[in-house]
Ligand binder design. Structure first.
Ligand code: WTA
Length: 635
């Protein structure tokens, strides 16, 4: 029996038991099976959740790109590694073979070296979903530079915060990006951001939209001429198992974004293992994940996991609605996609449109459907199952996080019977626990609590870049000796998990995690605003939308309210990005606060959700009269 590829439920339980009884032997066997190590590890695992410190495969040496590319050259050199589908359906798709990927990554890596990037340096990548994005990620990994991809929908301020937080010397971007029928001036956003980032020495610019942009002499370089001159081979830097691979920022419930740091060996082993099992990838399959590489889903399940398995992975530049709502299905038909992985928000948006957009296309190539990013509601699950999967494709509802690096709870297709809205069972090696409010573990089935993980898995983030204390406080302090996910979950009578949503001040809007504090900070910068509070409320496409309660300063009272609303959303767009715009803004005289001055968000959430029949305990409120007024004027 191989740990590597689970094929039926009994086997899952056997493998799972083994993985829990002896995790080290289990992961050692996985690591031995399919990877190329420059040097074998001395110890499989060393950990202490109280510090917290986690080390996997210590003593091992490797380079992840040798595992994602070089290892496949002999048997899969002419196989498509990356299949690029452009925004415009009229533009030809590009098939990049493993051999071509090897050459392009090597050349790019040599350009990075020529521009002074060395092992351990941080490189910010701010690119649209074009091949250069995956290639630059791999080029960094080739030479041991730490990549930090910033989703190209973030604003210049958000970009600058991330550049400065990790102290990047280089930014890789493009002249612009396409999104449906719009073009976005990415280079202009980078220029704006770099006014606040004096230590960035080099900007490499890929050509995409061919719009006119400005290039700063000495700092900015077009990428292509450098690549044309670069040598086509680049020896991979030998990395230690625990050397950082990348930093990826995620929103926290408070303050600045958290730079989650992932390291090399454990991340590789875990993403490869889960990719193979959760998607049941077979050699000639074509796999498509619609996420952006700017998010963890793209890192783990567009780039590293698939390539480590020698898979063909699709990169899609465009939007599901362009040129019409059939685009996803047109691509599935065109490239005969076998595994399709997307987000509930996309499913809900497409389910609202005519079914003709789906039925028009031949989707018979599909074998496995996946979903990630937020709880999937029952209706969306059935629509996906009935109309996309034709009731023949198991749906893998994969629960995981930027912090976890890979999928932790998910059905294994054709093995685990699926159940709508349930992420079902933990991946082998993952030990979930549900905790009650007093910090005690709730044992047995039919439980409801806060979701924690008791034991490390190989791809857990090792720290928050530059702030280990915050890492400890956020994830390892709420429940002693456990990793706290920030999510609530319930366990049914057979032990299946259903994720019920965030229990902290992170709101997931269209699958994007947004912290309330950074949005409030952005709003409060408006000269007319005294204070604000953001909560989420249910939205039929986005899952959640944002509702802002805003107290104006006296000087703001006379201003036109509609203009103020526009300006507030403009502030948010500038500070964070359009994804964080508010759907509703209510101007209020005050906010419900406890005697200790804490905003009672629970009440605001109820009002925003129009669920005011029972506001719960309000006895600690300092200003109950304000609640009445907010309710009366609610939107
Ligand atoms: C939520 C995305 C329910 C959850 C990989 C988690 C989910 C947060 C699911 C992490 C799912 C992700 N069902 N909720 N299948 N997958 N979530 O860091 O609240 O962008 O904590 O990672 O998304 O979002 P992140």
């Amino acid at each position: 029996m191989s740990n590597y590829h689970i094929k039926h439920l009994e086997e899952y339980f056997q493998v799972y038991r083994k993985s829990v009884q002896n995790p080290e032997a289990f992961w050692e066997e996985v690591a031995e099976e399919h990877f190329f190590w420059r040097k074998r590890w001395d110890r499989v695992l060393e950990w202490d959740f109280t510090k917290p410190e986690i080390k996997w495969f210590e003593g091992a040496q490797l380079n992840i790109t040798e595992n994602c590319i070089d290892r496949h050259l002999r048997s899969r050199g002419n196989k498509t590694a990356i299949l690029f589908e452009p925004n415009d359906p009229g533009e030809a798709a590009e098939h990049i073979t493993y051999r071509q990927l090897h050459e392009r990554v090597s050349k790019f890596a040599n350009v990075l070296k020529e521009k002074g990037i060395k092992k351990g340096d941080r490189v910010i990548i701010y690119l649209p979903m074009i091949p250069e994005l995956a290639i630059s990620v791999l080029a960094c990994a080739r030479i041991g530079a730490i990549h930090s991809v910033v989703f190209a929908g973030f604003s210049s301020t958000a970009l600058a915060t991330r550049i400065n937080d990790c102290g990047a010397k280089m930014v890789i971007t493009s002249d612009g990006s396409y999104r449906g029928n719009k073009t976005i001036d990415l280079k202009g956003i980078v220029d704006e951001a770099l006014k606040q980032c004096p230590h960035v020495e080099t900007v490499l610019v890929a050509k995409r939209t061919k719009e006119k942009i400005s290039m700063k002499n000495g700092r900015d370089h077009w990428l292509q001429p450098l690549l044309d001159k670069a040598y086509a081979d680049c020896v991979a830097e030998i990395m230690e198992a625990e050397d950082p691979l990348f930093i990826l920022y995620t929103s926290g419930s408070t303050g600045r974004p958290k730079g989650m740091m992932h390291t090399t060996a454990g991340y590789m082993v875990y993403t490869a293992y889960t990719f193979k099992n959760v998607f049941q990838y077979r050699e000639d399959d074509v796999y498509w994940c619609t996420a952006d590489i700017g998010w963890i889903t793209g890192h783990s399940y567009i780039v590293y996991g698939p390539l480590a398995n020698g898979a063909t992975t699709v990169m899609f530049e465009g939007a599901p609605s362009y040129p019409d709502f059939g685009r996803f299905w047109e691509i599935v038909q065109k490239h005969k996609i076998n595994q399709f992985y997307t987000a509930p928000t996309a499913i809900r948006a497409l389910a609202k449109e005519s079914l003709d957009f789906v039925t028009k296309y031949d989707l018979s190539s599909l074998k496995v459907l996946g979903t990630v990013g937020e709880p999937i509601n029952e209706e969306a699950w059935h629509w996906y199952n009935d109309h996309v999967g034709d009731k023949k494709c198991p749906i893998v509802d994969t629960w995981w996080q930027t912090e976890t690096g890979g999928i932790l709870i998910s059905p294994i297709p054709y093995s685990t019977p699926t159940k709508p809205t349930y992420a079902t069972l933990p991946v082998p090696g993952v030990q979930p626990a549900l905790m009650d409010e007093n910090g005690k573990e709730i044992k047995g089935n039919q439980a409801d609590g806060r979701l924690c993980i008791k034991f490390p898995w190989p791809s857990i983030a090792r720290t928050i870049w530059g702030d280990h204390q915050r890492y400890k406080d956020t994830y390892f302090s709420a429940f002693e000796g456990m990793y706290f996910t920030g999510d609530g979950a319930l366990r049914d009578e057979v032990g299946y998990y259903r994720i019920t949503g965030r229990v902290d001040d992170v709101i997931i809007v269209s699958g994007h995690n947004l912290g309330t504090a950074p949005i409030e900070d952005a709003i409060n910068e408006h000269p007319a605003v005294a204070e604000s509070a953001i909560v989420g409320f249910p939205h039929d496409v986005k899952g959640n939308a944002l509702y802002g309660y805003v107290i104006l300063k006296e000087t703001g009272e006379s201003r036109d309210r509609d203009n103020l609303k526009k300006e507030i959303n403009q502030m948010i767009t500038e500070h964070i990005g359009p994804i964080a715009k508010l759907d509703k803004i209510q101007f209020v005289p005050g906010l419900p606060k406890t005697r200790s001055g804490k905003i009672m968000r629970r009440i605001l959430r109820k009002i925003a959700s129009k669920d005011t029949s029972n506001l719960g305990d309000t006895s600690t409120l300092l200003n109950p009269e304000v609640v009445e007024q907010i309710m009366k004027e609610s939107l």
